[in-house]
Write a protein that binds this ligand. Sequence first.
Ligand SMILES: Cc1cc2nc3c(=O)[nH]c(=O)nc-3n(C[C@H](O)[C@H](O)[C@H](O)COP(=O)(O)O)c2cc1C
Length: 221
Amino acid sequence: MDTLQVMQARLCVRAFLDKPVGDELIREILAAARWAPSGTNTQPWQVAVLRGDTKASLTQRLLARREQHIDPNPDYAYYPDTWVDPYRRRRIACGKALYTALGIARDDKDRQKIAWENNYRFFGAPVGLIFLIDKQLNQGSWMDLGMFIQNVMLAAKALGLDTCPQASLAEYPDEVRELLGLSSEVAVVCGMALGYADMSQAVNQFRQAREPVETFTRWYD
Ligand SMILES: Cc1cc2nc3c(=O)[nH]c(=O)nc-3n(C[C@H](O)[C@H](O)[C@H](O)COP(=O)(O)O)c2cc1C
């Protein structure tokens, strides 16, 4: 696949095969991703690669918090407090498309809860990535990190793997920091499931829509 094909082929995968991903392959993805641009080449990205027991422990910790009804306490606000259109409308359409693919009814809160908690299991992926950034850095560096994260997803796709970026894994950053032995000066930005897609699962057989170019582009002469 060429670059444009990889960009179009990347999508969120939420069911993975029980097939290991070797450390060398993970390293190759990260080595490619590090060529992302960053303001004054500050390269602000930090990544934790979770496999095996550590990944399982994080899953247990996050599920336990959820079970205890402890409110999420993320290091930053990903979303606005108040939703306005067109974002509100798109967000609703996104959830509807996902739950339709999963065969979950709009009022079936129990199954929606189970589906959400699957986030904490990295959707069954053998590798979980956690993206981190120094709290001293500012919005620009967060933008740089976003470019790095996109590079990870594209590199993975180009190498035959799939991903799902996950803000849900940043809901309880203290658990992440404690488990991984990180300082409180490190912000937990998001996680990512990484592995081989299970394409037999319906949840991987739909695509989220995109607006046409005209919707978000202003042309000037
Ligand atoms: C930073 C970030 C965080 C996300 N967090 C989650 C998440 O926690 N759980 C999830 O299922 N999808 C998550 N998504 C995936 C989005 O829902 C998805 O990208 C969007 O619906 C478009 O679908 P596509 O990526 O398959 O084209 C996240 C995406 C981004 C960029």
